[in-house]
Design a protein around this ligand. Structure first.
Ligand code: CA
Length: 234
């Protein structure tokens, strides 16, 4: 991991911030934690501090956490882990749909948090070394793997690291059905092989951003009960 890792924690409970800060000092000394107790301040700090990773509490005093998430995603693709006391499936999926890379439910163990932080950072780094892979170019969609840029109908599209990694893996295996397990293991990491709901949400996110009609996909095809396949757009 990088030596100068900066983590921004947007969380109004000072006890949680303090305990996470302490755990990082002991178990991950290369990581430095900066904290914001409110959503507005957190948004300002995402810009001023440019953190490598953001941990976002959904229950904030001044703003709805989902709103904060939406605003962060409007200008950066930095990895975000949401921290929530809400355990409902809807909230979980809504967070992922809105661009979070992962979520943790409170109360959480520090070991769990550290494992998730390492996993999302690994994902953000993954596929960086594929400069030798030829760009994928079609009139509708182009991907320059060397520069991690995606162009749809002539317009650049911003993808989160996880979206980009999933897209890259699918495109590099064009025409091949990739199983849920293979996709989760390759893109998310070994500990996520059973998390098919993550995959479903992210496939839909790619469809929303890249398909002409997200509900009649031409590129990201479902192989029911098996996995997904990427097909070159016409
Ligand atoms: Ca809170």
């Amino acid at each position: 991991m990088r030596a100068d890792l900066k983590v921004l924690m947007i969380e109004d409970n000072p006890d949680i911030v303090e305990s996470v800060s302490l755990v990082l000092k002991l178990r991950w000394p290369e990581a430095r934690l900066v904290g914001a107790a409110e959503g507005g301040q957190g948004l300002a700090m995402v810009r001023s501090e440019s953190p490598d990773l953001i941990i976002l509490d959904l229950g904030l005093p001044d703003m709805d956490g989902f709103k904060v998430l939406e605003e962060i995603r409007s200008f950066t693709d930095k990895p975000i882990i949401i921290l929530t006391a809400r355990t409902g499936e809807m909230d979980r999926l809504k967070g992922l749909e809105m661009g979070a890379d992962d979520y943790i439910t409170k109360p959480f163990s520090h070991t769990e948090l550290l494992a998730r932080m390492r996993a999302v950072l690994r994902r953000a780094e993954r596929f960086r070394l594929n400069g030798e892979i030829k760009p994928f170019i079609t009139p509708h969609l182009s991907i320059d793997f060397a520069n991690r840029t995606v162009i749809r109908d002539g317009q650049p599209v911003r993808l989160t690291p996880t979206e980009y990694n999933l897209l890259s893996y699918l495109v590099m295996n064009e025409g091949v059905v990739l199983t849920h397990r293979a996709l989760l293991e390759k893109v998310w990491g070994e500990q996520y092989v059973g998390a098919t709901d993550y995959l479903k949400v992210y496939i839909q996110r790619l469809r929303n951003k890249l398909e002409r009609d997200p509900y009649a996909p031409e590129m990201f095809l479902t192989e029911r009960g098996i996995g997904y396949k990427f097909v070159r757009p016409s």
